[in-house]
Design a protein around this ligand. Structure first.
Ligand code: COA
Length: 439
């Protein structure tokens, strides 16, 4: 919780400075970690960018980008360099043009990276205004943000009245902040991903594997979003997830997600960050049943597995016939990051009665390519290994790969591939296993 100080108001007042003064605390060559997603301190970042000529070789690091990420633009070369632990649309071009870097890591290990391998000179973060005891919260993000506040040499906080006041382990006392900049601005929003007919088919198949009493993790994208719409008639579901989106609100309000049967944090919906619209940010504001914890807690597979019947649902880009799952690169192109996919696949597999699901459309690029392939694309990285994977779902059905031989898993995957690609996959099956597909 940080250092309690009774007469905190004077301390607070002594730390308030202008954004211009705050960015003067950054030195050339520093590593800065900023808040991400809906917890981006946009005003501080914009002030830093406006003064870019004053800085040389400053590294900016964080995870999800909803802002403009101007620090990754070509004209910032030599001043700022983005080193992302995840790649988002605003930073994707810079990373793939090698003007920015990508550092791969399981999400649950990121706080440890910032403590050890990537020491932080300056944290720039967003916080909610202090409560009557002088505690601010990190708003929509606990993830790496709270842990970095404990190891950064300098913590600069933008106090923003739009940042929700959140519960869990997500607070900082004003005495532990070095510099405070007061500036209110609405949080960045991510509208729900559009859900089409095929995503709905897949969502319904995923929902068929979810039982009353399960605890859920839902990943990024339209498929996890669609699954939520098919859970209205379930009972006593729990939420222990990395990211929560708008989709969970209706289920919580309807009492479908009530967290009654969870072993870990019973009665509470748990996430490490939330990303959605103002409706979601208002929902978690001052809401005792919704808790945010640092990612080395929420995403630690051992913590995930403390809940029985844990179901993880994530999406992917490509799967080969061995069941190797590519989720964060398209060939040589870095598309996103591993995030918490493997954390939750492993946690769900370790949970008593747990199920790890990877759900994807059978094709990509407007139907031109199969996502189920004989070999993953040259340059692509395996995200979830064939030893971790269990259920794969496409709009053509469910393949359960655990305990299956290589031949059996290849057949199970071909059966859920798009029909127009099945013949070529069968040819590859026959080549690899030296037997007729129909033998
Ligand atoms: N070949 C070529 N293009 C491909 C492709 C493939 N095999 N697979 C996907 N694409 C293209 C799609 O056509 C789409 O392009 P478009 O935007 O031009 O239509 C784009 O890549 C995105 O694919 P899509 O499947 O629609 O993405 P999504 O928004 O549903 O997200 C992941 C899916 C896998 C990228 C996303 O879930 C992710 O980043 N996962 C890794 C991290 C993770 O799982 N975290 C979980 C904890 S929150």
């Amino acid at each position: 919780m940080g250092t309690y100080v009774k007469d905190w108001k004077e301390i607070y007042a002594s730390k308030v400075i202008s954004a211009q003064e705050a960015i003067s605390k950054i030195k050339s060559g520093d590593r800065i970690v900023t808040g991400h997603a809906a917890a981006e301190p946009t005003y501080l970042i914009d002030t830093m960018i406006d003064n870019y000529k004053s800085f040389k070789n400053v590294e900016i690091s964080h995870v999800v980008t909803l802002g403009a990420a101007k620090y990754s633009h070509p004209e910032m070369a030599g001043h700022f360099r983005y080193n992302g632990l995840f790649v988002s649309p605003p930073t994707r071009l810079a990373v793939n043009e090698q003007r920015a870097d990508f550092t791969t890591s399981f999400f649950h290990e990121m706080p440890g990276l910032f403590r050890e391998e990537l020491p932080v000179d300056v944290q720039m973060t967003l916080v909610s205004p202090p409560d009557k005891h002088g505690y601010c919260t990190f708003g929509a993000s606990s993830d790496f943000t709270k842990p970095v506040s404990e190891c950064a040499k300098i913590v600069i906080a933008q106090v923003n009245k739009f940042a929700p006041r959140t519960f869990g382990d997500n607070q900082i006392h004003v005495s532990d902040i070095d510099y405070i900049v007061e500036h209110d601005e609405p949080l960045k929003e991510a509208p729900p991903a559009p859900i089409g007919e095929l995503e709905n088919k897949i969502g319904e198949l995923c929902a068929s594997l979810i039982k009353d009493g399960d605890t859920l993790q839902l990943g990024i994208g339209s498929i996890p979003e669609s699954v939520l719409t098919f859970l209205g008639d379930k009972k006593d579901l729990g939420l222990h997830t990395e990211m929560a989106s708008d989709g969970v609100i209706d289920l919580i309000e309807a009492g479908v997600i009530n967290n009654k049967l969870k072993q870990n944090h019973p009665g509470k919906s748990v996430a490490t960050f939330v990303m959605g619209t103002k409706r979601l940010y208002d929902f978690i504001d001052d809401n005792q049943m919704f808790e945010l914890y640092p990612v080395d807690h929420t995403n630690d597979p051992r913590v995930i597995a403390e809940n029985d019947n844990m179901v993880s649902i994530n999406s992917c880009i490509q799967i080969d016939l061995l069941g190797q799952v590519v989720s964060d690169s398209i060939g040589l192109r870095q598309f996103s990051g591993v995030g918490g996919q493997v954390d939750f696949v492993r946690g769900a597999n370790m949970s008593k009665g747990g199920r790890a699901i990877i759900a994807t459309l059978s094709t990509a690029a407007k139907g031109k390519v199969s996502r189920i392939v004989p070999f993953i694309d040259e340059g692509a990285a395996v995200t979830t290994s064939r030893n971790d994977v269990n259920y794969i779902i496409t709009e053509y059905g469910i393949a359960s790969l655990r305990g299956k031989s290589l031949r059996q898993r290849a057949k199970a995957l071909i059966e859920i591939a798009h029909p127009s690609f099945r013949d070529e996959l069968k040819v590859e099956y026959e080549r690899r296993f030296n037997e007729s597909y129909n033998a």
